[in-house]
Design a protein around this ligand. Structure first.
Ligand code: BGC
Length: 781
């Protein structure tokens, strides 16, 4: 009998070995201290499962419906499932769970553009902390944000999720957000690493750029963010970069980020990114989400054949376990489902108002003098609180409307227009969505055409109001870029602005335009018709309150543009290499090859800006281009007015070793309390000769609320290393010795004060990696 059992056991072992299964060793329970022992106790199959997610969770069977995914659990080793969710602007999950009567409404915080416009690291921290707290209290572990791709082109569909055209501003705002999220014990996941700067064909497009642009611009934002916040995880992007997919590029993920920068966290792929799971593992991309059976088979086979060395797989597993032991679910946190939503709403309102940028204010039109306002434009009655797609706002909660915001600030909103617009928007809704609106869409649904008014309707509105407020809206989202036509106003919008401005001005009344937009639009061609122009961006659920706070003067605007408003599409050098005319706004836009997938491979000619995008502007992205090449803009990077005025004095500079410290005293010279953003740009000696930008943002500070006459001295530090440019010939960062000019600016075009410092030379050799494999025709000064 015993021999018989023994024989069966031997046969079982043989079968198991043949099938490639390994047997579990003794069951260790995971702790933060025994990760290596747990790895030793894991079977190969368990390892292969752990490096993959557990599938999509956008369904009602999941524990957290509407969230993005989870990680694999291994109960025998005490490894729990952990849960992740988008998004940038607040936890994205369904508000209802079919088995539960309660509501699950997370806060709809502010769009990234709004946050970046505060130029306030503390604001970013508060938003991140609020989101991190809600992730924890609703039972999840990991938020798939911040999105922080550099804004290279005004038409990128996901710009509302991104921060800035400048890597330092992007990196520091992202760091504030990450620090806030992680202060709640929630994992942050900055994304999409890297150079995912367009949505068109994003799953296959190759971003092709110089090593210098990659290092100085695109990587720099992440480098700053990692240095200042050490995120637990990073998400690799869909696109290819100078050849391979980012998710499968070892030079990028391991040589630069781990070896050179020393980052030790866990990489996760974007959802279904790349085409070779084993290559991703070898590159150091620890986890693939949401995970596919064929990826499991490929990783298992590669591990068995030795193509994927066990030490590589173990390193990936180790980094995943290092993340897991930090999570709420690992620690057994009992989530309450009742985060302090009121406190978070307060943050949204404050940050939303602080991120509003006042662009134009002729004859002190704002704050509003009269109390009777007429609201024009469909957007005034259909406010856009954020973008669409996974990085957009959560479904189903509220957005404080402009009407509600204005009324609560004590304004009388001209009623007949409310009636006219309600009917107009309902009619448009029927026209645009005869079968009803889709419940969720990655791409923004079509918006109503503007209503035009009869002479009588207009005359009555003028009679019944002291001022006209026109709102213009633009919404964009994941999976498709905006097209050039979306940059410009539609005919109906132009007619509305003209008609309202002429009629109101004829009666000596003023016109204010609000830009409820996801990314810059044309303002240069029409703004002279109106008296005030306010870029509200998209301010989340408390939008109406935040806008009213600024229009009424309760909050003095202190926001500054995180990107340039160009005059025309085509003005930025990067516009030459961007898919601005792709009119496909369907899901197919992100897989353009899908269109001729039936063609034989030799017939598929790679298309410019779709299959590959050449970053010919090189380092001259955003203001680095306009400023260095003396090109006019509508509003420069860093621009923003206030209801008060500020003056700068006592600009000083001191050098201590590698640190250059600049201090300046800001005085409120006007009549209202206000905050001021102090922007520190630096110009290198011989910048033109050395093909460097005219000046670059190297630091910034935001003053506290200064009363009229009050002063504050702010100090900002820049290191010699921060001033370095990347020299491709020597593969080295290099700061030239010389006299550098430190400029206190109120925008990239407005230098308020300067000081100089003698800077010592500095250089650091790094790896010669990530070379483009095509010849690029790069812009030079
Ligand atoms: C987006 C990511 C997101 C992921 C999971 C992808 O389509 O690009 O930003 O985190 O989906 O929802």
């Amino acid at each position: 009998m015993k021999i018989w059992i023994y024989q069966i056991w031997l046969v079982t072992l043989a079968v198991v070995a043949m099938c490639g299964y390994s047997l579990p060793t003794s069951a260790q329970q995971l702790t933060a201290e025994n990760i290596d022992e747990v790895i030793n106790a894991m079977t190969l199959e368990e390892k292969c499962h752990l490096v993959l997610g557990c599938g999509m969770h956008f369904n009602d069977e999941a524990k957290f419906p509407g969230t993005a995914g989870s990680t694999f659990d291994i109960a025998r080793l005490g490894i729990p499932k952990t849960y992740c969710a988008d998004s940038q602007q607040g936890l994205r999950m369904d508000s209802h769970r079919s088995w539960d009567h309660r509501d699950y409404y997370p806060t709809d915080f502010v769009a990234s553009m709004t946050l970046a416009s505060t130029w306030d690291r503390e604001a970013a921290y508060k938003v991140g902390k609020g989101i991190g707290n809600e992730v924890r209290e609703f039972g999840l572990d990991w938020i798939l944000s911040p999105s922080m791709n550099l804004i290279r082109n005004v038409l990128c569909g996901r710009n509302h999720e991104y921060y800035s055209e400048d890597p330092y501003l992007s990196g520091t705002i992202a760091a504030g957000y990450v620090n806030g999220v992680q202060s709640e014990g929630t994992a942050a996941c900055p994304k999409h690493f890297i150079a995912n700067n367009q949505e068109t064909n994003r799953n296959n497009n190759i971003s092709q750029m110089s090593q210098r642009a990659l290092r100085e611009i695109y990587l720099k934002a992440f480098e700053v963010m990692i240095r200042e916040s050490n995120p637990w995880t990073i998400m690799t992007s869909y696109n290819k970069l100078n050849g391979p997919y980012a998710v499968q590029n070892r030079e990028l993920l391991t040589t630069i980020v781990r070896d050179e920068w020393g980052w030790k966290g866990m990489y996760v792929s974007d959802w279904n990114a790349g085409d070779d799971a084993v290559a991703a593992m070898l590159a150091g991309n620890d986890m693939l989400q949401p995970g596919q059976p064929k990826q499991y088979q490929a990783i298992l086979a590669a591990a068995q054949s030795g193509q994927l060395p066990m030490e590589v797989l173990n390193a990936n597993v180790r980094r995943i376990l290092e993340y897991i032991v930090k999570t709420h679910n690992f620690k057994g946190y009992e989530s309450s489902n009742t985060p302090d939503l009121k406190a978070h709403a307060k943050v949204v309102r404050e940050v939303g108002a602080d991120g509003i940028v006042l662009l134009k204010n002729d004859a002190a039109t704002l704050p509003l003098a009269g109390k009777r306002v007429a609201l024009f434009g469909c957007t005034s009655y259909d406010w856009i609180s954020g973008g669409s797609g996974f990085g957009g706002t959560s479904v189903g909660h509220y957005t404080v409307s402009l009407v509600e915001g204005m009324r609560s600030a004590g304004y009388e909103v001209y009623k007949p227009l409310i009636g006219l617009y309600t009917k107009h928007i309902a009619d448009e809704e029927k026209r645009l969505f005869p079968n009803g609106r889709p419940p969720f869409s990655l791409m923004p649904p079509a918006r109503a055409e503007e209503k035009q008014f009869t002479a009588d309707e207009m005359a009555a509105a003028i009679e019944g109001s002291d001022v006209a407020i026109i709102s213009l809206g633009r919404k964009s989202g994941e999976a498709a870029d905006r097209s050039k036509s979306d940059f410009y106003l539609k005919e109906g919008e132009k007619e509305l602005i003209k008609a309202v401005s002429e009629a109101y001005h004829a009666q000596g009344k003023k016109v204010v335009v609000l830009l409820d937009i996801c990314s810059p639009i044309d303002v240069a061609s029409w703004q002279n018709q109106v008296d005030a122009l306010v870029c509200t961006w998209q301010g989340g659920q408390e939008s109406g309150f935040a806008v009213a706070d600024v229009l009424s003067g309760k909050v003095n605007p202190s926001g500054k543009l995180p990107m340039t408003f160009q005059i025309n599409y085509g003005d930025a050098y990067a516009d030459r290499n961007f898919p601005s005319d792709v009119d496909d706004k369907t899901l197919g836009a992100m897989f353009m090859w899908g269109y001729n997938k039936d063609a034989a491979p030799q017939d598929r000619q790679p298309q410019k800006d779709i299959d590959f995008t050449n970053y010919e502007e090189d380092i001259y992205v955003g203001y680095r281009y306009f400023d260095s090449f003396d090109k006019p803009v509508a509003y420069p990077f860093g621009y923003g007015l206030s209801y008060t005025t500020f003056a700068y004095s006592d600009t000083r500079c001191s050098v201590d070793g590698d640190a250059i410290t600049v201090s300046v005293t800001v005085r409120n010279t006007g009549t209202r309390a206000g905050r001021n953003v102090v922007e520190l740009f630096v110009a290198a000696p011989n910048s033109k000769k050395l093909n460097k930008p005219e000046k670059e943002l190297r630091n910034y500070a935001k003053s506290r609320l200064l009363q009229p006459g009050e002063t504050e001295t702010v100090t900002m530090t820049v290191t010699t290393q921060d001033l370095a440019s990347f020299n491709e010939k020597t593969s080295a960062w290099k700061t030239d010795a010389g006299i550098y000019t430190f400029m206190i600016c109120s925008s990239a075009n407005d230098v308020e004060a300067t000081t100089t410092a003698k800077v010592k030379a500095w250089t650091k050799k790094v790896n010669n990696v990530m070379k483009p494999n095509v010849k690029l025709n790069l812009l030079k000064r």
